[in-house]
Design a protein. Sequence first.
Length: 160
Amino acid sequence: MTTRTTEDPRARYSGWVAPLCWTAVALEGFDLVVLGVVLPALLQEPGWGLTPNTASLVSVVGLVGVMLGAMAVGAISDIIGRRQTVVWTVIIFSVLTLACAFAPNPFIFGLLRFLAGLGLGGVLPGLNRSTQHRLVEPSVGVRRGLRRVSSSRESYGVGC
């Protein structure tokens, strides 16, 4: 005779959720710091001809991408699921941020920053919901579970 347990199938993966979310949010914070570190060097690059105004435009275009990505992530996750949304937004912002290092001119750099921003904007809302969904469970209690969720957001400062 076999006994069947009513164990939640997510339980064996829940230990990985918080560290992975923490790492993704730290990378997002790191991405924003990299731009601040790189822009002064790009302003001095003679082939690019950047002025402080055009450099700020590149920054703003990236943040517009973040805004649009954050606005779109809810609808996207309804279609393909939260897990896939989180995975793809992390891949998008990682690959496109790396591609920024090889941008030949300010226009391509700004375009890549905008596209990377779409992924960046989708990461935090998707991770917050995934972390909350996986870690706030009745056995843990809402208060302890929400502490786990907020601890994943603390990694943003580590990336900075």
